[in-house]
Design a protein around this ligand. Structure first.
Ligand SMILES: [Zn+2]
Length: 433
């Protein structure tokens, strides 16, 4: 079964995605062939964005920060080419430096990038660029070119890359959810267009478009000091010296009258004070994540321990420490961190899934199952959870229950070792040929 066939099998999704039709490009006004209608864009957004948020340790619990980010975003989205899209702007708790948009208008910036931005105009550039992607319908365009097949299939296939479902390897199931699999990877042409639209919306909303240059300069300098933290940003939004040169040139011509205004720095600093107070803890977490990626587990543990000394109640800090303990095959040690994380952010699902995996590592499949059921209630629709419930039931000798979950899993994906495992069990139990 190849990817294209697979798309068709996604219930309620496949058929609608491949409908082609004629529509008007909201930016250029030209008739274009599109692969996706507005309803599909919104449906895909609703389906995928909650999983990306959870991978990013949830939407920030700092309501005032979210309100501020939303205020800046809404000021521009209302003046964009698609003012009627259901935009939603928020900060997410991840430490890496990134921002992203889903096709229905769900837009997020990580606390990692908010920490490096220095003015409201620069934040407006970041949001304006993402609004640009939504308005130019780049998601649908990438879809039409076939580059998004992976994204559509991502929630089902992310698990596929992971290792055999042995107890020792289970921790890797978690890391395999995401890694940017749900995010659109734009072309250079898309980036050029999003930059131009971002500048237009910034200017219409009264921001200094020079914030765009500040943003690009910041990203370039960050990529030198913390390449690990910007890997995904540059993989999804390709950066180039040409982007910076183009922007500078447009500023000197089309936006000549709007430049030179003072940037709104103080307002930005006031509204981001709480996240900036976490800077030392976030810096330790970023170092720990770099070590974790290199599988230097003891070094990672040291950084996460230091981060928790600085910010004991930080949800990502607790979850990252738990992941490290599990990677070190110390599930027992992971559990108190996960319990604390759940108490701090009870509606965020990732800690529940990790709790389930830690119980599998401890060979307590019944407790694992209830943790996965809890995850499913908080964040339905993750195929990984279906597999993990099946795996727990299998360990509990509940063959009927396991078979149901494995069967459901195989309807979502046929690729990877988990699918192989599920299929081999169904075969051994005489339920498939
Ligand atoms: Zn971009």
């Amino acid at each position: 079964m190849n990817r294209r066939d697979f798309i068709w099998t996604l219930p309620g999704l496949g058929a609608s995605i491949w409908l082609t039709g004629c529509a008007t490009d909201p930016v250029t006004g030209k008739k274009t062939m599109v692969m996706m209608g507005k309803e599909q864009e919104i449906a895909l957004d609703k389906q995928h964005s909650p999983h990306q948020f959870s991978e990013d340790y949830g939407v920030s619990q700092d309501a005032a920060l979210n309100q501020y980010v939303a205020g800046v975003g809404n000021r521009m989205s209302g003046r964009s080419h698609r003012p009627d899209m259901p935009y939603r702007f928020q900060a997410v708790n991840a430490n890496y430096v990134n921002a992203y948009a889903f096709p229905g208008g769900t837009i997020a910036a990580t606390r990692g990038i908010l920490l490096e931005v220095e003015s409201e105009d620069e934040l407006a550039a970041l949001m304006g660029h993402e609004i640009g992607h939504v308005n130019a319908r780049h998601f649908a365009e990438r879809q039409a070119q076939g580059t998004l097949l992976e994204i559509v299939a991502a929630t089902a296939t992310v698990a596929a890359a992971s290792k055999k479902p042995q107890y020792g390897e289970l921790a890797q199931l978690i890391g395999s959810v995401g890694g940017g699999a749900l995010l659109a990877h734009y072309s250079r042409e898309n980036e050029r267009e999003a930059d131009a639209l971002g500048l237009e919306y910034m200017n219409k909303a009264g921001y200094n478009p020079e914030g765009m240059v500040d943003l690009m300069d910041m990203l370039n300098s960050q990529s030198k000091s913390k390449p690990n933290a910007l890997e995904l940003m540059f993989a999804t939004h390709p950066m180039s010296s040409e982007r910076l040169a183009n922007t500078k040139q447009v500023l000197q011509t089309a936006y000549r009258d709007s430049t030179g205004k003072p940037r709104q720095k103080e307002r930005y600093m006031d509204h981001t004070a709480r996240v900036r107070a976490l800077r030392p803890a976030i810096a330790e977490q970023q170092k720990g994540e770099a070590m974790l990626n290199q599988k230097k587990l003891e070094a990672a543990e040291g950084h996460f321990r230091q981060a928790l000394t600085l910010a004991p109640d930080d949800y990502p800090g607790l979850v990252l420490m738990a992941k490290t303990q599990m990677a070190m095959k110390k599930p027992q040690e992971a559990q108190p961190y996960l319990a604390r994380a759940k108490a701090i952010y009870p509606t965020e699902a990732q800690a529940s899934q990790l709790t389930g995996v830690s119980y599998l590592q401890l060979r307590q499949p019944d407790k694992a199952l209830s943790a996965f059921q809890e995850y499913d209630r908080l964040l339905p629709g993750n195929p990984n959870t279906t597999f993990l419930k099946g795996f727990s039931l299998e360990q509990m000798q509940n063959r009927r229950g396991a078979a149901d979950e494995y069967y459901r899993y195989l309807q979502m994906t046929r690729q990877g070792n988990q699918a192989k495992h599920a299929h081999s069990r169904l075969q051994a139990w005489g339920m498939v040929k």
